[in-house]
Design a protein around this ligand. Sequence first.
Ligand code: PEP
Ligand code: MG
Length: 543
Amino acid sequence: MEPNQLYDFLVPGLDEKSTKVEVLATGLPASPGAAVGQIVFTAEEAVKKAGHGAKKNPVILVRAETTPEDIQGMEVAAGILTSRGGMTSHAAVVTRGMGKCCVAGAGDIQVDERAGEMRAKGQVFKEGDWISLDGTSGRVIKGKLNTLEPSAEDADLQKLMSWAEPFRKIGVRANADIPRDAIQARAFGAEGIGLCRTEHMFFAEKRISHMRAMILADNEKDRRTALKKLLPMQRADFIGLFKAMAGLPVTIRLLDPPLHEFLPKREQLMVAIASLPSAGAKEKKALVEEYREYGAKGAGDLKKILPALLARVEELHEFNPMLGHRGCRLGITYPEITEMQARAILEAAVAVDKEGIKTHAEVMIPLTATVKEMANQGAIVRRVAEEVFKEKGRHVHYLVGTMIELPRACLVAGEIAKEAEFFSFGTNDLTQTTFGFSRDDINKVLPTYLAEGILKQDPFAAIDQEGVGELVRIGIERGRKTRPKLEVGICGEHGGEPSSVEFCHRVGMDYVSCSPFRVLTARLAAAQAAASEKLQIDSGRTK
Ligand code: PEP
Ligand code: MG
């Protein structure tokens, strides 16, 4: 059985017999399933138009690409369509986590969010027009098709899994950031959380303004003041996750993305500044509303606030943010961020433990390339942990480890393992940095590379075993030479892709971690990998 079929059973499909099918474009099948809805171009419009309960109205959020700021719109949309991005772009990763249909990197459509239109095949589509998405094949279809409800019967799935499970050797965890997703993942049989991306927590309402205040602070004191406000919110998030997982491992990654992702876009600020002199009362009111959290109380404030904000955004601007001030580099330059997050995690673990619920926290440092980075961040986490245990009079078990997502980290894994108690391979970034392909722009070259046979498959979807996989193998071997009991997993998107799961089994990982809706697929793929290995061994014996 093809393990991906299990995913298809859980999500709706398109009823292609219901109407004539006109394909407007084909993008990447970023998140399987189907979605039918009316086009919206902004997250705000998605929230406004999607409605609730009986008044629920399916919308498709169409964007050039999504950013963490779009999260609320993505939550309410029936499906997501982007014209840019690859299989590990923001839209792809987030929708897969939600079990929501997404077609990403559909290069044949042009999206103009400002004008509120999408062009495809010489036709113009406006807000409110109906489209249908097939996230399994990547097709964007004109009009409103009917959907077919998911066909999985729980009892059948359970029976199938009960046949497969006895073979499985490696664990299956889930990538989940909020208790709702963690609970969903457990229902599919996840044995822990392999990746909680903490940055996703900062975009919820109320928090984002403290996060922005932290970024805009130009001194440590102001930064600490803002972080203090974030601490109780983060602690509450982690309490929710620990409770949902009830003693299973919860791997929490410290802040990873470049900080400018949390601020308004440079171009957006430039346009606002340029439009100020000629803006009418209504436009000024809208701008005041938009920049209220930065201190705008009236139109007069905008003249000062907008240029100051633009100056800070310019300061944070990087030509290559994916290779820039992100990952552990953030925690090293601003140790107070690591301190706050470590405190929130350990205070949460202690609080849950006090309630009689076991916890197993794994604090994960992102994007390390050297053992000294790991030592620097590990020391902060361990110091804060001791402080928390002393203050609370209670001690909980926890681990400190790292993501391995840079080629250098694989090569010096023996050194890094002196400081890291676990490794989790971040194969999204590892693929990006090994090939030098941008994970957000690969769709420009991928179709040609596949057609020419230069690549057999998208390396962001299925692990490139020859290159990236070889680095993983080296990383595991060198890491375990230093620390034989080193726990090793994978949390890149490959963790839910069958051929990659088989690879992870073969190189001796302890677990794979994938989005909740892929947990069944990963469990079956892991069982198949072990079963076929057993068959080979057995047939070897009979010979
Ligand atoms: C990765 O790089 O594989 C990973 C899991 O981290 P992110 O996708 O958040 O960069
Ligand atoms: Mg990464």
